[in-house]
Design a protein around this ligand. Structure first.
Ligand SMILES: C[S@@+](CC[C@H](N)C(=O)[O-])C[C@H]1O[C@@H](n2cnc3c(N)ncnc32)[C@H](O)[C@@H]1O
Length: 221
């Protein structure tokens, strides 16, 4: 997994839009669904909040929601904290650095965007989903986005072409090629549905697909 520390945190916001076609759209579509689903008074748990992109997109759509920004990288959260201050959001966000713990209080919805694909499917993905499920009341939505297993033999190569079009350098392309093979633990649709079922979530509904990068929403059962 990339470290998301030091330089990797500092360069994240520049890098990520070149690595993930439709990165902004993923966040806009996620936020639009939450606006449709949640009342004004709601708390949203963001697992792997990074530099705060998820929360900045959500906060634009509703001036009342509260957020918990959780991440294991102090450096990413330091940038998020500055972004929240710059946007006047600090009083609406609780920042939690470290592994996700149970009992974070009442949560109405959870997001885990571009995080779980870094965890191997050796029990780690299941453990994360279980901890998220333990935070949610029944029927609460979970939005999940990850790199998934390629659906055609030309999908991954096409993804690199798309990244070059987005401004990724040749060196960046080589790194991404390596990462796609060695740093991501991509699930196929059957295995994702199985893991969600085993951890107390319902059927995944697909709402975002940019070649391998895929967004789903499901509900706590
Ligand atoms: C690609 S970034 C995504 C950040 C943000 N969700 C976004 O869409 O920009 C992945 C983030 O997940 C965090 N992360 C990795 N493993 C994690 C875990 N087990 N629990 C929480 N955060 C994790 C990393 O530190 C990093 O900030």
């Amino acid at each position: 997994m990339p470290t998301f520390q030091a330089d990797e945190a500092q360069s994240y916001e520049q890098r990520i839009t070149r690595l993930i076609p439709g990165y902004d759209l993923l966040h806009e579509l996620t936020a639009a669904q939450l606006k449709t689903l949640l009342p004004d008074e709601a708390t949203i748990l963001v697992i792997g909040a990074g530099t705060g992109k998820d929360i900045l997109a959500l906060a634009q759509l509703n001036p009342h929601w509260h957020f918990i920004a959780q991440d294991i990288s102090e450096d990413m959260l330091a940038i998020a904290d500055q972004n929240f201050t710059n946007s006047g959001l600090s009083s609406r966000v609780t920042i939690v650095c470290g592994e996700l713990e149970p009992n974070m209080g009442h949560i109405d919805a959870a997001l885990c965007l571009l995080v779980m694909h870094f965890l191997p499917d050796n029990g780690d993905k299941q453990a994360l989903l279980k901890t998220i499920r333990a935070q949610l009341p029944s029927r609460a939505p979970l939005f999940l986005a990850d790199l998934m297993a390629p659906e055609t033999e030309f999908e991954r190569e096409s993804q690199l072409v798309a990244c070059r079009e987005l401004g990724l350098t040749e060196v960046g392309e080589q790194r991404m090629r390596h990462n796609l093979q060695h740093e991501f633990f991509a699930l196929d649709r059957m295995r994702l549905a199985e893991l969600l079922d085993h951890t107390g979530f319902g059927v995944p509904h697909y709402y975002f697909k940019a070649l391998g990068f895929t967004g789903i929403v499901c509900r706590a059962e």
